[in-house]
Each structure stands twice: as C-alpha cells, then as structure tokens.
Design a protein around this ligand. Structure first.
Ligand code: GUN
Length: 315
C-alpha cells in the first residue's frame, strides 16, 4: 500500500510578523523624523481575565519595541458601561492618542456594542466600529480588524494564491470569521462560511483550497475535514490542561506539551487537530507561532496608519 510520508509545511507566522514589524518601525521612525509625530496606542482592559492580560501586555511591549508610545489602562472588573464610556471619550479627545483598543471580552455588565460604537472611527485600530466595518464591506479605505488582516498578509507573503481559490472559513465571529470572509472575497476567492449549524461540516470543508478555523473549539477540524494538500490556517488559541488529550493531539511532539502543562498549568492548542492535520494538509500554521504574532503586528500597523491619516490627512 502506498503511504504518504510528507508532512505539512509549517507557515512561520513569527517570521512574517517580524518582517511587518520592521516595516512599521521604519514608518514610525520616518513619521517622527519628518513630522515630529509619535504614534500612540491606548489599550484598555477591564477585569482580570488572565489571557486578556497577556494579550494586552504583549501589545504594549511590542509598541515600545517598535518605537511607538503606548498606554495601558487597566480597570476594575466592576467597571460600569458609563465609566468605560467616560474613559473612551477622554481618549477620543486627546490629540496625542492615535489608536484606542478595548480588549474583548468585556465583563457581562458592560454594553460592549455601545463601547465599540463610542470609539472615534479614526482611532479604531481594532476595526470594530460599524463605520469601519461598513467601509471594509464596501472596499473603501478603512481600519481593518487585525487578525483577518494578518491572515491575508500571511497568505500573500507565503505565496499562496487567493484569487480563484475556494476559501472556507469555519466560524462567523465579528472579530475573525465575518471580516475575514469579506477580505478573502475582495481578493477574488470563492468563499464559504461554516458555523455551528452547518450540516455535514467535513463535506463542505474538504472542498477548500484554503481552510481557516476560527471557532474557539479545541481540535474541531480533524484530518477528515481537510482536502489533501490544502492550506490550513488555525486561528484558535485555547488553553489545554488535559495531559491525555495533549498526548492524542500532539503525537510525536506530545512530551514537550505535557512538560508545559506540568510547568505552568496549560499548553496552547488551536482549533485544528495538529497531528492529523500535519498528515493531510499541504501547509499549516502552528499554535503558537502562527496567526497570533500577526495579529499584534497588524495592530501596530493600524496604529501607525491611524496616526498618519488623522494627523497628516493622507491615506
Ligand atoms: N479579543 C480577541 N481578539 C481581540 C482583538 O483582536 N482585539 C480586541 N480588542 N480584543 C480581542
């Protein structure tokens, strides 16, 4: 019996993110040298969700590494919608703040939609304001959500053709699935969006040349969901604490994952079954080190873009 020995080529998101960050850093230096502008990101976090704390710290540290100014506003878990709206209004007013990011999810007492709509669209570096969402839908210049924009960069810079490809997005969140489907469509992919009500998921996903999993469900996408040779993009960042499951998911790489669980209580795993996907996919993003670093790089790019557009009036 013929055996398929090749393993999927891993797409190095960290390397591509570094490349984008170098470009952003150069652009920030130019804005400062030529116009005296120092782009500044204000990151707002409410409560003490540990994953959110890590993400926001990472965004603030990356800003500093690239020569951008940043502020970290950490508010109590009991913060009201009115209190958060007051902070957003203050940040909207400040001439020196170019980008405002409110980390999601927010505690349940806060009206998240109201908060996102209150952010000045010109400073909305997450691209979540309805005006930016609408502009993106129309193909007009807009601040575009960072994770979807990062996935497009990853595909383009890895030489993966989007035009004419069948791209299947699993997940329809406002942060990833919906905007990503739009961006892929704008680049002439044939786009299918699957979700929790999709019937016979594998039959649909197996048609995809580019399969993107953004569901927040550990290893939802298995080998049977993947067309042989397809490009698989894993957007999931899930904390796995179960050693037996780690053994099943990571196969030959399980030992280092189990060591991580014992050391810090968890290991990160995506929405794609890594050991199965590696045997079927042509290209695959790892978790961690795939899509995650690109999200931060694109946030930095959006911050510099927002500074340039708002302060110099240029696209
Ligand atoms: N939570 C998960 N992803 C994101 C993101 O891209 N931006 C914000 N603000 N919150 C998130």
């Amino acid at each position: 019996m013929e055996q398929r020995h090749e393993r999927a080529l891993l797409l190095d998101g960290t390397r591509i993110a570094e490349e984008i960050k170098r470009e952003v850093s150069a652009e920030a230096a130019r804005l400062k040298a030529e116009h005296g502008i120092e782009p500044c990101l204000a990151a707002v976090r409410v409560g003490d969700d540990p994953a959110s704390a890590v993400y926001v710290r990472n965004k603030v540290n990356t800003s500093a590494a690239l020569g951008l100014r940043s502020e970290h506003h950490a508010l109590a878990a009991s913060t009201s919608t009115a209190e958060l709206l007051a902070l957003v209004a203050q940040l909207n007013q400040r001439e020196d703040v170019d980008g405002i990011l409110v980390q999601l999810p927010l505690p349940s007492q806060i009206d998240a939609a109201r908060v996102l709509e209150a952010i000045d669209p010109a400073k909305d570096v997450d691209g979540f304001h309805p005006l930016n969402v609408g502009r993106m839908m129309l193909g007009q210049p807009a601040l575009v959500p960072c994770t979807p924009a990062g996935i497009i960069e990853l595909l383009v810079r890895s030489g993966i053709e989007i035009g004419g490809a069948h791209a299947c997005v699993v997940g329809r969140s406002n942060i990833v699935g919906r905007p990503l489907a739009q961006l892929l469509l704008q680049r002439d992919a044939t786009v299918t969006v699957c979700h929790s009500r999709t019937r016979d998921l594998a039959t649909v996903t197996r048609q995809a040349d580019i399969l993107i999993a953004a569901t927040g469900r550990i290893a939802l996408v298995r080998g049977e969901h993947i067309k042989p040779g397809a490009t698989v993009i894993d957007v999931g960042i899930n904390r796995l604490t179960d050693e037996a499951l780690a053994r099943e998911l990571f196969g030959p790489h399980a030992e280092e994952r189990i060591a991580a669980i014992r050391r810090r209580g968890y290991t990160l795993v995506g929405d794609v079954h890594p050991a199965e996907a590696e045997l079927v996919a042509g290209r695959l993003t790892p978790v961690p080190g795939g899509v995650g670093p690109l999200t931060v790089a694109m946030l930095m790019r959006n911050t510099v873009t927002a500074a340039r557009r708002r302060r110099l009036g240029v696209v």
